[in-house]
Design a protein around this ligand. Structure first.
Ligand code: DQA
Length: 148
């Protein structure tokens, strides 16, 4: 089984970006932790990060043909990118939406997600560990044939 982990804009700056909000764990550390969980779950991961909407869409398209599932933190694009929403809807690989912070407890504009409706589910608010929770839930669901 192969899962693509896609991170959107500004997440390359994790570790130094607003640490009071996002903590001090870098994206590299998050990916290392995910790689070790993937080993335990016996799945293959591919990591991508981009600050550009078009590149993220291209990654989603590739996931559609190369992966069994997607873990995605679309970052700010979550709240307004219909193009990313449409890309997720266009591919058959099921996606889980991830946010490190509790987006529902922040500014009103973060409470709206245009991608949630085309994801199988979402997880937010647990900091760096949110990614691991999402990966576990996605893989368990795929293994049990409860997600497609
Ligand atoms: C985020 C929340 C978004 O609102 C924000 O734009 C981000 C990160 C999160 O992981 O909490 O860049 O997706």
């Amino acid at each position: 089984m192969k899962i693509m982990v896609i991170n959107g804009p500004n997440l390359n700056l994790l570790g130094t970006r607003e640490p009071e909000m996002y903590g001090d764990t870098t994206l590299e550390t998050i990916e290392t932790r995910l790689a070790s969980l993937a080993h335990e779950l016996d799945v293959e991961l591919e990591f991508v990060q981009s600050n550009s909407e078009g590149e993220l869409i291209d990654h989603i398209h590739r996931a559609g043909t190369r992966a069994d599932g997607i873990v995605i933190n679309p970052a700010a694009y979550t709240h307004y990118s219909i193009a990313i929403r449409d890309a997720l809807a266009a591919v058959s690989a099921p996606a889980v939406e991830v946010h490190m912070t509790n987006v529902h407890g922040r500014e009103p504009f973060r409470r709206r997600s245009v991608v949630s409706a085309v994801c199988v589910g979402g997880l937010w608010g647990f900091g760096a560990a949110t990614y691991e929770g999402a990966l576990r839930l996605l893989v368990d669901g795929l293994n049990a044939d409860e997600i497609s």
